[in-house]
Design a protein around this ligand. Sequence first.
Ligand SMILES: Cc1cc2nc3c(=O)[nH]c(=O)nc-3n(C[C@H](O)[C@H](O)[C@H](O)COP(=O)(O)OP(=O)(O)OC[C@H]3O[C@@H](n4cnc5c(N)ncnc54)[C@H](O)[C@@H]3O)c2cc1C
Length: 282
Amino acid sequence: MRALTFLASRFVAGDTAEDAVDAVAQLNSEGLKATLDFLGEDCESDAQAEAATLEYLSLLDAIHKAGLDCNVSLKLTQFGLNLDPEMAEFNLRRVLERAAATENFVRIDMESSTYTQVTIDLFKKVFADYKNVGIVIQACLNRSEADIAELNALGARVRLCKGAYKEPASVAIQKKDLLNKNYDELAKSLLTNGTYPGIATHDEQRVQSVLSFAKEKNISGDAFEFQMLYGLRPQRWSELVADGWSMRVYVPYGTHWLPYFTRRLRERKENVLFVLKSLVTG
Ligand SMILES: Cc1cc2nc3c(=O)[nH]c(=O)nc-3n(C[C@H](O)[C@H](O)[C@H](O)COP(=O)(O)OP(=O)(O)OC[C@H]3O[C@@H](n4cnc5c(N)ncnc54)[C@H](O)[C@@H]3O)c2cc1C
């Protein structure tokens, strides 16, 4: 795995697309779907945005060639949103075009609240031309109920997550129990009125809430999917699949892993303990 350090390797599939494709082939063989994320965000030049776009174009070809059950996830700041929104749109459209040609799907990850409106606006613009694109909504944001209602009405595919960025009280719920309650409500709204939603969480209580709602409303295992991150709760992935539910694993790869890795450490003390233990035991 070349430059990838042993610390990040629990959460990141490798440095290269080749490493990532191998990891996905293994997941697929266990009945798990995947999404591949070429790590990168807040790019600093047009050249970096171009390089990320080219990586996604060849990644879509590689997924197609290998016949994998795998879509892709990307961040708009990786395509230059922070430099020039028109360039980011141009790059996104190139990827959507290739995804359409290879019968694949592209998920636009959601970044910090500075980008929420511009991400939703750009999503709606491209969704008018491409139906193979989806978005992410964060349960922590006060605005998310209204955003989900609008996206449900459009027929858009939404991934629901809690939100990985530290957000101010002016825009986001700060208390854990209120955030969890909002997550459960938004998940119900997506399961009732949404289009093949992605329920992205490792929180067993959230998973249980969705499972009881789905059973109560006779919502089948292929009407939505659970999503979890590579390296987190692998045993639970298999259990859910064995019980007839769909599970997609989010598989990041690439050398630009530090911001992603830092978010994983911040959200769960056990991830920090894992790192400390690795440092001690080698
Ligand atoms: C597939 C996927 C895609 C995502 N995409 C985005 C995105 O686009 N934008 C964004 O902002 N964020 C994204 N996130 C991150 C997300 O917003 C959260 O930061 C992250 O998932 C942590 O929240 P949680 O719901 O998993 O549970 P947490 O709030 O971290 O955990 C709550 C409880 O769940 C249980 N739990 C958690 N982890 C484990 C574990 N490893 N083993 C056992 N029990 C555990 C514990 O009981 C814990 O107390 C994504 C997450 C996933 C899974």
